[in-house]
Ligand binder design. Structure first.
Ligand code: 5GP
Length: 194
């Protein structure tokens, strides 16, 4: 029997809102057949991050070549570094029936919504319960200089006014609760597409 094409699930929102933690929680649910698209970035790895697991860490030259070759579904520059979703893997997974999660910032999310027009796309914007929560998360990473932290916070403030084009806005007040909300929306969408 031929597989039904998997969903393309956009998980976006400001840096520090907890997209990664939520994504990891959501993919634990084996009933939803979820996969994660590993992005490419020119940002240096943080402590503990692994190449090919958290990101594909590449040089700027390599990234620019991939842009020229049209290898990205979307890409964006965020606080001085490039980030992008390689299209090949996403298509491969979707064609196998895997529901693929993209954890990306909002410029990339906009590109995907514009480019991919099939009805298997579903987009979530994650909001922090308040600005302090966002600031605490960004500062607690302790991996970046103050000006980068400020830039991430300013970007986050701007991003939080741009939620209009998303299918769902989710408040990340509690990881378990937010994860359940997202999983139940995905589950309903899958039931509708049967
Ligand atoms: P970080 O440096 O904190 O890992 O990521 C910075 C921002 O880039 C986060 O909002 C993260 O979700 C986003 N991001 C990660 N991968 C991609 C990607 O492939 N494309 C885009 N547009 N954003 C990404």
């Amino acid at each position: 029997m031929e597989n039904k094409k998997g969903l393309l699930i956009i998980l976006s929102g400001p840096s520090g809102v907890g997209k990664g933690t939520l994504r990891k929680e959501i993919v634990k649910d084996n009933t939803l057949n979820l996969g994660y698209s590993i992005s490419m970035t020119t940002r240096p790895p943080r402590e503990g991050e692994k190449d090919g697991v958290d990101y594909y860490f590449v040089s700027e030259d390599e990234f620019l070549r991939d842009i020229e070759d049209g290898n990205f579904l979307e890409h964006a520059k965020f606080v001085g570094h490039y980030y992008g979703t390689p299209s090949y893997k996403v298509e491969e997974m979707r064609n196998k029936g895997i529901n693929v999660i993209l954890e990306i910032e909002i410029n990339g999310a906009k590109q995907v919504m514009k480019k991919v027009k099939d009805d298997g796309v579903i987009s979530f914007f994650l909001m922090p319960p308040n600005f302090e929560a966002l600031e605490n998360r960004i500062r607690n990473r302790r991996s970046e200089p103050e000006e980068v932290i400020q830039e991430r916070l300013n970007k986050g403030l701007k991003e939080m006014t741009m939620t209009g084009s998303y299918d769902h806005v989710i408040i990340n007040d509690d990881i378990q609760r937010a994860a359940e909300e997202i999983k139940s929306i995905i589950s309903n969408k899958l039931a509708m597409m049967k």
